[in-house]
Design a protein around this ligand. Sequence first.
Ligand code: SF4
Length: 350
Amino acid sequence: MSFERVIPKLLTWYELEKRELPWRDTLNPYYIWVSEIILQQTRVNQGLPYYIKFVDKFPKIYDLAVADEEEVLKIWQGLGYYSRARNMQKAANVVINDLDGKFPENFTSIKKLPGVGDYTAAAIASFAFEEPVPVVDGNVKRVFARFLGLVENIQLAKFQSLAFAHLMEVIPKNNPSTFNQAMMELGALICTPKNPNCENCPFAENCVAKSKSLQNILPVNIKKTKIQKRTIHYLFITDKQDNCLIQKRPTDTIWGGLYEFPNIEKGTTEFPLELLDLVGLKDSLDIKVPTKALGITTHKLSHQTITAILWRLDKSQLIDNQLNNRIKIANLNNFPLHKLMLKFVDWIHD
Ligand code: SF4
């Protein structure tokens, strides 16, 4: 069964079952772009409040372009993949400064913006400008592979190109936006990774995976990611005036631009003396190093598993140095913090 023939069923299903979401009520490419970037690697329920906060704080692309980076990261706090937020701000500046404030209006020129790949460019071009170019995200790839019974690994560029080329041929020229949204919605609501709801699927009668009971085998999804294990020691150093030291992460690293306690990577569970160097206490004779950590936690990222150990050290006085800023403990939450830091702040206030 060709894909083309089931499209009317898909569109009918979508009209009846689609979720009401704020970015579906707009043709504003900026809002569509914000929603698509937030929803990468993020479920709708989790992303929705971030979207609302983001467009409320930066209602126009100009507001995002001129905002302080820390303000942007603060809004993004908790979503992860912070380079997405920084790239959005870079792209907003390109639109304001190089394109006279006019958002590009086709797939090819949208793709030239920093941080915008095929998927996001296709979503904006089709949703805002009705350009017939297919969106091929994880949901769409899963539906496509199951419906046609394809056994290629969906992580490979080859599969991506195949799906893109095939869908490019069948995408309705008069309504590409609805088609793309319907495919994504079907993957999100019905053709889910586990236990797909085939009984209520508009493709059920014609789906190869269903007819051969291959739903649990397809799609083939093999990621070649090597997980790196790291141990990072963080120092919560305080003084008698309730200050602590924090530092800003370099922008070109994971969690770039966010704040954290001084830290060092070392594969030990004991207090690493190198932490003292970082806060200018290397030669202090009166320092009693802690023997018990304030807490230990494990944090998983896509490419690494971090064991984070938080140490507390009380000092009568703190001095800022090149790396570290002194701030009131009570003001920690005013800074954009990564997930581990949010956990540490909870421990501290417990
Ligand atoms: S019938 Fe089942 S496996 Fe096939 S596309 Fe629909 S939900 Fe997915």
